[in-house]
Design a protein. Structure first.
Length: 712
């Protein structure tokens, strides 16, 4: 009995299925616009996007499933497709499938399509890139192709909207007929006698939509939570025999070859002619060349890094200025006190810490989206995969590592394209080791203190060479750490790269901007609330102290300023310094001083280390406050005050050894709560942020200790 959908009574579900680079996401964005959200199925970490669209009189939920080449899953995202279509994910089983294929490469996309058809869902096929097919890349008789497949075939263009009305009508018809009564046998794959024996008892017990679905469930039972019961039932019904042949790789090869043997002759009959894409071939001759390809790739990465580093600075500065003005306005409206301080220094500062990362995040996803849309990212992954594999990474990891030079947050978010869970996790864990732009103010102060501005070899500036050395050391440390994680972490899946190189195309700008919007919104909502909470906790720790300690410290600072006849600005800095020392944060700084003293640090540096956990660049402002420099950005003045700082025994606090030790500490240390928050969001647990924080802190401590000893 077919299920009937009526407006207001039930919501039909459509799932988009297809190969990677088929234009599936572009079509999804065209159908749903901004009526979409990002989420996860229960118990699944792979992200998927759900949208809403109107199909005539029905409001329909549309799910964009990850791209896959086969229903035999080899990665986490492919397993999500497998479990969703076989009914193992609660609330994810669709009523109708929309299969999206590249009309110019249909022979490569029909393998998955025939597997999907053998599941016996009501299905509509959308041949994407109709505008390109019209230019002569592929000529298909759609009526003959639809008759061959037994489902409606609609030619569409996600770029121009061509064919969308016809596609909507076909979907409405399929929804009205859902679910179709499934025949007992597969259509495109003939089961062997042993395989029929395996699925027969499962069919009799009502398991699965089709014999092929039942066979898939048994074959991949060890990879799902619910399928083992089916496997046990099949083994029991077969008397413990007859299942081994299907579990071999040879069975998958036999299935694949049988499908190709069946659909290729029919496809040739439906296709009048097909011309290769000569422009793509000419470009690939250069862009995938063994020598020129990697050089061009590195140049493109450099341009992406430079763009993020330079272009995002202007909007980030405007955001900071806007929040600073907002904070100033709040202080003029509210009476002076804890409420005003909390709103300005806790809430508004926390929101600023969230929004200031929006420009680099949006810009990164904009540039990556353009490269993805034109078809270049597949080539970049292909070129870098072999090298990255040696360190336990993936070809896609190189993009994340390179973009970490601007900010680790968008870099970690970009790892969603890495299918292998281990390689994605390793990329997330090591990306913060690449020196980001937030470290530059710290490096500038410390290098200016420790390294003289002299010319080396008659050409290079010594301080500039030090900067280059820092970045090279950060890149080397990331690769070494990745290699260590490769050896430590268990490998749940065999890693290999299987992908199709798409035709070069002009980007679909609607798709690019929709992706930027969805990813940026995900950061603001997901990681933002964690960042804001930690910001408020840090404010409380730095603003309150035990008993009357804060008041006594403030009174003592006022007396000191009066004796020195200090001006108003200096008096305020002395008060801030005294209150900070008496606060809970100051107490913690005093407490940890014995642990950091071997590194050459005193308690004030300890407070700076703690306060810069919110953001590394806070180190400079904290040092300015601690040494009564005020809000001056004069690096020369800060350097002079640092040189005047003394331990109780009269020895200098800041020496070349101390500065070098601090540089190494900030190079390795995980002092960015925003990065920890995004790691928590991307991994779905606090375990890996804790591991990330732990190993980087240990590396920073002992690296700084060794550096201090060497330079002392």
């Amino acid at each position: 009995m077919a299920k009937k959908f009526s407006p207001g009574l039930s919501t039909p579900r459509i799932a988009l299925v297809g190969n990677p680079n088929s234009g599936k996401t572009s079509l999804f964005n065209k159908l749903t616009g901004l009526r979409q959200r990002t989420g996860n199925f229960p118990g699944v970490t792979v992200e998927h996007v759900v949208g809403r669209m109107r199909v005539h009189d029905l409001d329909v939920e549309v799910t964009d499933l990850p791209g896959t080449y086969s229903l035999h899953p080899s990665s986490l995202d492919e397993r999500v497709v497998f479990e969703a279509l076989l009914g193992y994910l609660p609330g994810a089983e669709p009523d109708v499938l929309l299969y999206v294929a590249d009309g110019s490469k249909l022979d490569k996309h029909l393998l998955l399509l025939t597997q999907v058809l053998d599941l016996h869902y009501p299905t509509v096929v959308a041949l994407n890139f109709a505008d390109e097919s019209a230019e002569g890349r592929a000529h298909l008789d759609l009526a003959e192709l639809g008759e061959m497949l037994g489902v409606p075939v609609i030619s569409v263009s996600a770029r121009t909207g061509q064919g969308l009305p016809e596609l909507t009508t076909a979907l409405h018809t399929a929804i009205a007929a859902a679910p179709a009564v499934a025949p007992a046998e597969s259509n495109w794959f003939a089961l062997s006698g042993q395989e029929r024996d395996i699925v027969r008892p499962l069919r009799e017990r009502g398991y699965g939509r089709s014999d092929f679905a039942r066979l898939l469930s048994v074959h991949h039972a060890d990879e799902t939570q619910l399928a083992p019961a089916l496997k046990a039932a099949a083994i029991g019904a077969a008397g413990g025999a007859g299942i081994v042949p299907w579990l071999s790789m040879g069975s998958q090869v036999r299935e694949t070859m049988q499908r190709y043997d069946r659909f290729l002759p029919k496809l040739r009959a439906a296709r009048e002619s097909s011309d290769g894409d000569r422009l793509t071939d000419r470009l690939d001759a250069v862009l995938t060349h063994p020598v020129a390809g990697p050089l061009i790739f590195l140049l493109i990465l450099l341009l992406v890094f430079q763009a993020i580093f330079v272009w995002s600075a202007v909007p980030a500065d405007l955001i900071e200025a806007a929040f600073a003005k907002t904070g100033g306005f709040v202080r003029t409206v509210l009476p002076k006190g804890y409420l005003a301080d909390f709103l300005v220094d806790g809430v508004i500062a926390g929101l600023a810490g969230i929004m200031v990362f929006v420009p680099p995040i949006a810009l990164l996803f904009l540039l990556l989206g353009i490269l993805e849309e034109v078809g270049y990212m597949a080539r970049a992954v292909f070129l870098s995969d072999r090298l990255m594999q040696r360190f336990g990474l993936n070809g896609r990891s190189l993009v994340a590592l390179a973009s970490s030079g601007a900010c680790a947050i968008p870099a970690i978010m970009s790892t969603r394209t890495i299918a292998n869970p281990k390689e994605r996790l390793i990329t997330i864990l090591v990306s913060p080791l690449i020196s980001c732009s937030a470290r530059i103010p710290v490096y500038a102060i410390l290098i200016g203190f420790a390294v003289p501005a002299v010319t080396v070899w008659g050409v290079f500036n010594a301080q500039a060479l030090t900067f280059v050395g820092i970045y090279l050391l950060s890149a080397l440390s990331a690769l070494v750490a990745a290699l260590a994680f490769k050896l430590i972490l268990p490998n749940a899946e065999q890693s290999y790269l299987m992908m199709e190189l798409p035709i070069y195309r002009m980007p679909v700008w609607r798709n690019v901007f929709t992706t930027v919007w969805v990813k940026t919104k995900s950061f603001i909502i997901g990681a933002g609330k964690i960042i804001l909470a930690i910001s408020m906790v840090l404010w409380v720790a730095a603003s309150f102290g035990p008993g009357a300690a804060m008041a006594d410290a403030e009174a003592a600072a006022i007396q000191q300023a009066e004796r020195a006849q200090a001006d108003r600005s200096t008096t305020e800095d002395l008060i801030a310094n005294a209150r900070l020392e008496a606060s809970y944060a100051g107490i913690v700084g005093r407490t940890i001083e014995p642990a950091i003293r071997p590194l050459g640090y005193d308690w004030k540096i300890g407070i700076a280390l703690l306060s810069s956990f919110a953001a590394r660049e806070v180190f400079v402002g904290t040092i300015a406050t601690l040494y009564a420099i005020g809000s001056s950005d004069d690096e020369v003045l800060i350097t002079e005050r640092l040189a005047e700082a003394r331990h109780p025994d009269g020895t200098a606090v800041y020496t070349a050894a101390t500065a070098a030790s601090l540089i190494v500490f900030y190079l390795f240390a995980m002092q960015c709560m925003s990065t920890l928050a995004i790691t928590r969001q991307e991994t779905g647990t606090w375990k890996w942020p804790a591991v990330q924080f732990g190993y980087m802190t240990v590396l920073a401590y002992f690296g700084a200790l060794l550096t201090f000893r060497l330079f002392s």
